[in-house]
Design a protein. Structure first.
Length: 229
């Protein structure tokens, strides 16, 4: 990704500052500062169309809670420049397909991605049907809103964009990259609370170290995530 043409993450949200506060740190902040990625938050309330900036209403058919109205979300989406028919528009929802490293890789190759963050009891289905091209869940649980999920997807995606991380090798041996969970990592001191670093890591034999790490990755995956094997 050329800094002159950064990947653009657009977030439709009721809480823009929450997105900025969550992502304006560490690796992602450097990527933003270096022009490699761009974060654009669009406040849905700015398109409420009423003096109280009210964006929700009672659900048809009854039930508890409130539903986000479709019009403000649609108008917020239409306000984004550079969006076309090829743009991914992702609705964050517990009903979505599980987010994976492979999806993050696909997203990292895009120029524009729009995220729709719901609140209350959800979003009127008609606007989802109209503009969303993907629906993503980050786990089998329910959050108070889509902002945290959007930040998770943006973080996982952004770090795969070229030049965001300092070394390509930083992602090559991570969990899920080769269908396995990552091996355990160790640093100084060699003994901590009576627990020793595995001797093979101290011997300097890189072939043996690589073999050990591969074996351990398989063992950890078999024990914790056998579905990946």
């Amino acid at each position: 990704m050329n800094p002159a043409n950064p990947i653009k993450f657009h977030v439709l949200t009721l809480f823009p500052q929450m997105i900025f506060d969550g992502l304006n740190h560490s690796v992602i902040k450097r990527a933003i500062d270096n022009g490699i990625i761009f974060i654009n938050c669009v406040n849905i309330r700015d398109f409420a169309g009423n003096k109280h900036n009210k964006v929700d209403d009672y659900p048809y058919g009854g039930g508890t809670g409130l539903i986000m109205r479709p019009q403000p979300i649609y108008e917020a989406y239409r306000s984004i420049e550079g969006v076309d028919k090829n743009t991914i528009v992702c609705h964050l929802s517990p009903r979505g397909r599980p987010f994976t490293q492979q999806i993050a890789k696909h997203y990292a190759g895009q120029s524009n991605i729009v995220f729709i963050c719901g609140h209350y009891e959800g979003i009127d289905q008609r606007v989802i049907d109209e503009i969303a091209t993907d629906e993503i869940s980050i786990g089998d649980y329910v959050l108070t809103g889509g902002e945290l999920a959007a930040m998770v997807v943006i973080d996982a995606t952004a770090r795969l964009v070229p030049n965001v991380l300092s070394k390509k090798e930083a992602t090559e041996n991570e969990s899920f990259e080769n269908g396995l969970l990552e091996h355990s990592q160790y640093t100084r001191p060699p003994i901590f609370l009576g627990r020793e670093v595995p001797s093979v890591l101290l011997g300097g034999n890189h072939k043996e170290i690589e073999k050990y790490r591969q074996t351990q990755a398989i063992e950890i995956t078999a024990k914790r995530r056998p579905d990946l094997l």
